[in-house]
Design a protein around this ligand. Structure first.
Ligand code: TYR
Length: 291
């Protein structure tokens, strides 16, 4: 396939996710210009200095009217900040521009679009890169973050073919594999595979850190603790937003997990060796299969 020809790329939110997308598309030479938009002047300066964008501004309202048909806007802000970006897009963006986003919850993005436009417009292609790290911010951006990672797009019946194709090609140019999924299925699957593990990691580290007697406990932590809790170092605002935006699916996942945790507790309490071996053997087989 030939290279995607995107005109300008505007990345709103030049953190790990937005910055890495900008770097990847710059490296692939598929954009005429890459423009960053950030809340802080210092982020704009860093993004330009690090070669992540060609230019940057704190004023989205001034950038949007400069766009033309064929340009692409990637909204990479915390989930609950998406709606206010959409409101500005509605007011200031010319027709023919494609919008996509990188939020971890797609139902809330669709509802935000409905509140702003009355329906999800055909030029908005909701998306979610299944890639990231516990690090955040512009200095964490990398041009290979999306290489060999999956991107889930959740197009709607009225999503425009040209817009969908443009977003798909952009992610492919960033080295990613694009999958498509309905919005509700995406949010249920991600609640189980990503949001629940983050809840557990945050709550485990918080439980241990709260206990005064455990002040030094992290000094005795082995590799397992490090691996298991890495994600508890993730950005708190991002994860607060995800919890609030995907509440129902996350509650379902927590409830199922709580049941299984109490039955494991029961097996430990009663010395039920067969039950323990059952859980650990099944989990090991599933995890070994996954790697
Ligand atoms: N935080 C995850 C990690 O460090 C990455 C991730 C986070 C991926 C949120 C997707 C997402 O929606 O591995």
């Amino acid at each position: 396939m030939g290279k995607a020809q995107i005109g300008r790329l505007v990345v709103v939110g030049v953190g790990l996710i937005g910055g890495s997308f900008a770097l990847a598309l710059k490296a692939a030479s598929v954009c005429r210009e890459v423009i960053g938009v950030a809340l802080e002047e210092s982020t704009c300066e860093d993004a330009v200095r690090l070669g992540i964008v060609d230019r940057a501004s704190t004023r989205l309202k001034e950038i949007l009217p400069q766009l033309e048909p064929g340009d692409l806007v990637f909204v990479a802000v915390p989930t609950l900040a998406v709606e206010s970006v959409f409101s500005q897009i509605k007011e200031y963006m010319p027709a023919g521009v494609t919008i996509t986003d990188g939020a971890s919850v797609k139902g809330s993005v669709v509802r935000a679009a409905e509140r702003v436009w009355g329906c999800v417009p055909g030029f908005l292609v909701p998306g979610h890169p299944i890639a990231g790290s516990e690090k955040s911010g512009v200095t964490a951006a990398r041009d290979d973050l999306y290489c060999d990672h999956r991107i889930i797009l959740t197009p709607l019946p009225n999503t425009g073919d040209d817009h969908l194709r443009r977003v798909e090609q952009a992610w492919q140019a960033a080295g990613a594999e694009v999958l498509k999924m309905p919005v509700a299925e995406h949010d249920e699957v991600l609640a189980a595979t990503s949001h629940l593990p983050h809840v557990i990691a945050f709550s485990l580290v918080d439980t241990l850190a709260h206990d005064a007697e455990n002040e030094n406990i992290f000094r005795y932590a082995a590799g397992g603790f490090r691996d298991f809790t890495r994600i508890a170092s993730s950005d708190p605002v991002m994860w607060r937003d995800i919890m609030l935006a995907n509440r129902d699916a996350i509650l379902k996942a927590i409830d199922l997990y709580s049941l299984n945790l109490s039955s494991l507790r029961g097996a430990i309490a009663s010395g039920d060796s067969a039950a323990l071996m059952g859980v650990f053997t099944r989990a090991k087989a599933a995890r070994d299969h996954f790697t």
